[in-house]
Design a protein around this ligand. Structure first.
Ligand code: FAD
Ligand code: FES
Length: 331
């Protein structure tokens, strides 16, 4: 039935979840905010989670993860995504060029463990860098909506003030509530926080931080600095550098397309791309499962855990597994 309904309008599909872009605005230099109206299958999200959206570019669907920026209590059933334009990035550049009201994207249910727990902590520190602001902004807005009785601090690091999306929302939260917000600029003088993250920043902005849960999203250097100085840290990354396997031998056969590639220790996703294939993928680090494909036979090494798996006819994530010896994948 969906195929017929879609001919009338893609938003009429009954089984496939989709979302229509109903508004587009610039939220900071290099950042775009889309307001999305999902179809009826949408069940909402918990503050901090991400969704996968898909767009068709030159006839091929590409999916990527984005974290809604709203309070999880937003009542009109819509949600907003803020997308930073990556130099040379396929989907973010496409959205910056082509997103306008009426664009329909595919949508997967919200997912992810980086979220506020159901029983809220006593105190919360939110730290972000660059585009990592999105999930912690959702946490901030959710806590404000709930009239959270504990202490909340929000620290954000950006290259310069013009690159901070939704600064007005954060300033308003700080004005109306006891939220303490502070900003640091790495390429601009004048931020309250001097340069990159330093534990002294937390001691100044949130001297009570040792009695709080800390949520951080941003580049590896920020996450590592926070982890080095604090306990009870929950973190999320948008990109992850995975190591290569150093013991790779043999050849991978991509059975459905009849291509082969000598194993290099890189992920099977990279090997497939190197062989001229374009498997679907989203996060490229093992969290969204959009690259899951059937391994017919052979041994693969999980690049995140180092574990080997030789079970035949098994679904594996191409982005975090590398071939060890001859492997056959059903793509
Ligand atoms: C859980 C999660 C939540 C996220 N939330 C957000 C969010 O709220 N907002 C947001 O803006 N982003 C978010 N992201 C990041 C987002 O999913 C995309 O990764 C981002 O938009 C880039 O996608 P792209 O298609 O534009 O870039 P891609 O085409 O995937 O490229 C990414 C980068 O790699 C480089 N690159 C691409 N191909 C190659 C190649 N062959 N060789 C070398 N370099 C290459 C590009 O230049 C680019 O800089 C999130 C990611 C995750 C995992
Ligand atoms: S691309 Fe997300 S799990 Fe592989």
């Amino acid at each position: 039935v969906d195929r017929y309904l879609e001919l009338m309008h893609p938003m009429l599909a009954r089984r496939t979840m989709r979302a229509e872009v109903v508004a587009v605005r610039s939220s900071a230099a290099g950042s775009l905010t889309l307001t999305l109206r999902p179809t009826r299958q949408w069940r909402g999200f918990a503050a901090g989670q991400f969704v996968r959206i898909g767009v068709v570019i030159d006839g091929v669907r590409h999916t990527r993860c984005y974290s809604p920026i709203d309070s999880e209590h937003r009542r009109d059933g819509r949600f907003e995504l803020t997308v930073r334009a990556h130099d040379g990035g396929l989907v973010s550049q496409y959205l910056h060029r082509h997103a306008r009201p009426g664009l329909v994207v595919s949508l997967e249910p919200a997912d992810g463990d980086f979220r506020l727990p159901a029983v809220r902590p006593d105190n919360v520190v939110l730290i972000s860098g660059g585009s990592g602001i999105t999930p912690v902004l959702s946490m901030l807005r959710t806590l404000v909506d709930e009239g959270f009785p504990g202490r909340v601090a929000f620290l954000h690091y950006a290259a310069e003030p013009a690159r901070v999306p939704h600064r007005d929302v954060i300033d308003e939260a700080a004005r109306r509530t006891s939220v303490r917000a502070a900003f640091g600029y790495t390429r601009h003088p004048g931020g309250e926080l001097d340069g990159h993250f330093d534990l002294a920043h937390l001691d100044t902005v949130a001297p009570w931080h040792r009695d709080s849960e800390i949520y951080v999203c941003g580049p590896a250097s920020l996450r590592e600095a926070v982890r080095a100085g604090c306990a009870r840290v929950h973190s999320e990354e948008f990109t992850l550098e995975l190591p290569r396997s150093t013991t790779a031998t043999g050849e991978t056969t991509f059975a459905a397309s009849g291509r082969t590639a000598a194993n290099t220790g890189a992920s099977l996703l990279e090997q497939a791309e190197g062989a001229g294939l374009s498997p679907e993928h989203g996060c490229r680090m093992g969290i969204c499962f959009s690259c899951t494909s059937l391994k017919r036979c052979g041994t693969v090494r999980n690049l995140r855990t180092g574990e080997l798996d030789d079970e035949p006819d098994k679904q594996i994530q191409l982005c975090i597994n590398a071939a060890e010896g001859d492997v056959t994948i059903d793509i």
